[in-house]
Design a protein around this ligand. Structure first.
Ligand code: UT7
Length: 329
C-alpha cells in the first residue's frame, strides 16, 4: 500500500470589509460603553460588510489571495470547502458560487456548517482527501457576514460580531511535516445556547418571526463562556498528549477569537507568551469561522510564522461544536 501523504497548508489569504464600527459608534446605537465592551470582551472595533456586497465577495477575495500566494491556477483545484453559517443563500452553496467566480470547474464544491468551529472541521475534511491521495489541491475558506444576522437592538450580542474571511490552500507532501493530528467534537444538547431561530424549515420567515426578531443571533453568553474555557484546554491536551508534546513546545496557539478573557485565561494557564497566542479580536471582533484563518494569515504576512513551527489551533462554537488541529508547519 502507498504511504499516506501528509497535508500542508501551502498558502493563506484573508479579506475584511473596509467599514469600521467602533465601540463609540455602538454607544450611539444601544445602551453600552467602550469601557464595558473592552473590559468584558477585548473588542475595540469590528468590520461590517457594505450594502451591495455579500459573503461571496469576501470569500472570493480571500481565496484569490491564497491561490496567488500558492501560485496555483484555480483550474487546478480539486475541491472547495467553505465553512460558513452566513452563506449568500440557503441554497445553492457559497462554494458553488465561488467555483463559478474562480472558473475552477474541475473542483468539487461543498459548504460546511459547524459554527465557529467551521474552519477546523473544513480543514480536517480537506485533510482526509489529501491524505488518502484522492485530491491534491483543496481550497478551504472560513467566512462570515455575521453583521447581517446581528440584532442591532440587542446590546448583549451586537457588540461582539464582525465580518471577514480567511482562506488556505492545502496540498500533499511526503516530507515529515504538515497536519500531525486533529480532534473534532460536538454536543448537540447545547444547540439552544447559540442559534438563529427563524429562517429555516423549523420556523420559516413570516411576519411574526420578523416582528419577534427571530432571524437574528440569540446567544447565552455565560454558558458558552464556561463551555469554551473547559473544552479548549481539554482539546489541546488531547492533541498534545497524542504526540507526546507539551504546550511549551508550541510556537503558536491560534484560539478562536470570541472573548479576550477566554484567550488570556487559557494562555496564562498554559504559561505561553503573548507572541505565541495571536489576538485579532480587538480589531475584528468575533468573525466566527474566519477568526483563526485570518489570524494565521496575519502571522504569515508579518513573517513570524515559518516552516518547521509547531502550530495548534482550537475553536468552539454553535452546535455545540469544538475541535483542534496540530500542524508542523
Ligand atoms: O464564538 C463562539 C460563541 N460566543 C462566545 O464564545 C461568547 C462567550 N461569552 C462571552 O464572551 C461573554 O459571556 C459575553 C461577552 C457575551 C458577556 O459577558 P459577561 O461577562 O458574561 O456578561 P453578562 O452576560 O453576565 O452580563 C453582565 C451585565 C448584565 O447586566 P446585569 O444583569 O449585571 O445588570 C448585562 O445586561 O452586563 C450587561 N451587558 C452589557 N452592558 C453594557 C450585557 N451586554 C452589555 C453591553 N454593554 N454590550
Amino acid at each position: 500500500m502507498d504511504k499516506m501523504l501528509n497535508t500542508i497548508i501551502r498558502s493563506t489569504g484573508a479579506a475584511v470589509p473596509e467599514t469600521v464600527i467602533t465601540n463609540s459608534d455602538l454607544e450611539k446605537m444601544v445602551d453600552t460603553s467602550d469601557q464595558w465592551i473592552v473590559s468584558r470582551t477585548g473588542i475595540r472595533e469590528r468590520r461590517k460588510l457594505e450594502d451591495g456586497f455579500s459573503n461571496i465577495d469576501l470569500t472570493e477575495k480571500a481565496s484569490r489571495e491564497a491561490l496567488e500566494r500558492a501560485a496555483l491556477d484555480p483550474s487546478e483545484l480539486d475541491m472547495i470547502i467553505v465553512a460558513t453559517v452566513t452563506p449568500d443563500h440557503p441554497t445553492p452553496s457559497t462554494s458553488c458560487l465561488l467555483q463559478a467566480r474562480l472558473k475552477a470547474f474541475k473542483a468539487a464544491a461543498v459548504d460546511l456548517s459547524a459554527g465557529c468551529t467551521g474552519f477546523i472541521y473544513a480543514l480536517t475534511v480537506g485533510h482526509q482527501f489529501i491524505r488518502s491521495g484522492a485530491y491534491r489541491n483543496v481550497l478551504v475558506v472560513g467566512v462570515e457576514v455575521l453583521t447581517r444576522v446581528t440584532d442591532w437592538e440587542d446590546r448583549s450580542t451586537c457588540v461582539l460580531f464582525g465580518d471577514g474571511a480567511g482562506a488556505v490552500v492545502l496540498g500533499p507532501t511526503e516530507e515529515e511535516r504538515g497536519i500531525l493530528d486533529f480532534s473534532l467534537h460536538a454536543d448537540g444538547r447545547g444547540a439552544q445556547l447559540l442559534m438563529v431561530p427563524a429562517g429555516g424549515s423549523a420556523m420559516p420567515a413570516s411576519e411574526e418571526t420578523l416582528h419577534n426578531r427571530m432571524h437574528f443571533i440569540k446567544m447565552n453568553g455565560n454558558e458558552i463562556f464556561k463551555f469554551a474555557v473547559k473544552v479548549v484546554e481539554e482539546n489541546l491536551a488531547e492533541l498534545m498528549n497524542g504526540q507526546n508534546l507539551q504546550p511549551e513546545n508550541l510556537d503558536f496557539l491560534f484560539l478562536h477569537q470570541a472573548n479576550l478573557r477566554i484567550i488570556d485565561h487559557i494562555r496564562k494557564r498554559l504559561k505561553l507568551s503573548q507572541e505565541k497566542v495571536p489576538v485579532n479580536i480587538d480589531r475584528f471582533g468575533n468573525t466566527s469561522s474566519a477568526t483563526i484563518p485570518i489570524s494565521i494569515h496575519e502571522e504569515i504576512v508579518a513573517g513570524r510564522l515559518a516552516e518547521g513551527d509547531l502550530v495548534a489551533m482550537v475553536a468552539f462554537g454553535a452546535g455545540l461544536t469544538w475541535g483542534g488541529i496540530l500542524i508542523k508547519w
